[in-house]
Design a protein around this ligand. Structure first.
Ligand SMILES: Cc1ncc(COP(=O)(O)O)c(C=O)c1O
Length: 383
């Protein structure tokens, strides 16, 4: 049987990983500045995380949500403490799209409305509603088009106010990434997030903070939305949550009350996933990884800003993007195949950096030196 061919693949087979390094089947070592798409939060193969999963595996891996699973409560308590949102409620699922799907559905249950405000260049996942609030018509199937989504230009305050004004008493929720990832590392203005809070309060709409990529400590705060100093009603999480073990979830404000069967999942919150997620939070806490992400991230941003060939360096903590001029369009490919460094990209010409939160300044220095050398060698070829 063939694999369903939906991914354009690099011709590389990774067989081993440790911290911010991965090795291929020819034993070539790569620096991972991509974190397997922002998923690796505490570093590959962290021993405490492996031990947490292994110990749980020998007890019980899975049983359905029809019984008590105390490790879910352990995870909820730990998340409440680290986020400072102890009064919120936790619903566990398996992925980012599923987290957003549940958030949007819950908002609609809550206020009985249908319309959703989303933003230009957003990405929220590939399932039914999550893909409809994603600003990319090429991945939207006809069946996904409910017509309930209003797209507003990102960070455009007037357009947001107009959208509420033109749809009085109809807006169910507003969904926004604190920093757009797939869209090219675009930081939401703090003023804009405050305005979303105000308009949602005035119009009884639900503020959904998509923290799937920009959350989980990557920016130096647990949620990048926290920089605005306002709370969302629902936060979605996934990528960094399990350090590669599939798990997602939503944090739900106390004003939104549960009813039996309104949400549900077979695999969400299984014993093994919760053990992985607890392992991640324990390491984040014990190793001070949020502070490291903030500090080393700023160090990296400052260094990148001194390289004149790359433009518009932006981001927060370890969620960083920069524009690559057309003459250097093969930079990402060359970094991978010549310098053995993984980076991310956004189309058409943006490099995205999403390394593990425990990356060191030495590793950053190595990356920046390699980047400068590669840019220089590409310029020599051009001239
Ligand atoms: C901001 C954001 N939300 C949601 C998702 C979807 O997550 P998943 O691929 O786990 O469904 C992504 C994935 O890249 C994302 O970046």
């Amino acid at each position: 049987m063939k694999l369903f061919d939906v991914y354009p693949l690099n011709d590389i087979t990774i067989v081993k990983a440790d911290g911010s390094y991965v090795w291929d089947d020819k034993d070539i070592k790569y620096l991972d500045m991509y974190g397997g798409h922002a998923v690796i939060s505490i570093g590959h193969s962290n021993p405490h995380w492996m031990n947490r999963i292994e110990t749980q595996l020998h007890k019980i891996a899975f049983y359905s949500n029809s019984i008590k699973i105390p490790i879910q409560q352990e995870l909820a308590d730990k998340l409440g403490k680290i986020t400072g949102k102890n009064n919120y409620q936790l619903f566990l699922c398996n992925s980012g799209a599923e987290a957003n799907e549940n958030a949007l559905k819950l908002a609609s249950f809550y206020n009985g409305r249908k319309k959703i405000i989303a933003f230009s260049k957003s990405f929220h996942g590939r399932t039914s509603l999550a893909v409809e609030v994603t600003d990319n018509p090429s991945i939207l199937a006809p069946v996904n088009k409910t017509g309930n989504v209003i797209f507003v230009p990102f960070n455009d305050e007037q357009a947001l106010m107009d959208a509420f004004e033109n749809n009085k008493d109809e807006i169910s929720s507003v969904i926004i990434e604190g920093i757009q990832g797939v869209g090219g590392i675009n930081v939401a203005d703090e003023k804009f997030l405050k305005l979303i809070r105000k308009l949602c309060d005035e119009n009884k709409a639900v503020y959904i903070a998509d923290g799937v990529q920009c959350g989980y400590g990557r920016t130096g705060k647990f949620f990048s939305h926290d920089f605005a100093g306002v709370s969302a009603d629902i936060y979605s999480m996934a990528k960094g949550m399990g350090n590669g073990f599939p798990i997602g979830g939503i944090l739900i404000a106390p004003s939104i009350q549960p009813k039996h069967f309104m949400l549900g999942t077979t695999f969400g919150g299984n014993h093994l996933a919760c053990a992985a997620a607890l392992g991640v939070l324990e390491v984040i806490e014990e190793e001070g990884l949020m502070a490291n992400a903030g500090e080393v991230g700023q160090y990296l941003i400052d260094k990148l800003k001194t390289i004149k060939e790359i433009k518009n360096v932006r981001g927060r903590g370890l969620m960083i993007g920069f524009d690559v001029p057309d003459a250097l369009k093969d930079l990402k490919k060359n970094l991978l195949y010549k310098r053995h460094i993984f980076t991310g990209e956004s189309k058409p010409n943006i490099i995205r950096l999403l390394p593990a939160l425990n990356i060191t300044k030495d590793q950053v220095d190595y990356f920046v030196a390699a980047l400068e050398e590669e840019i220089m060698s590409m310029q020599e070829v051009v001239t």
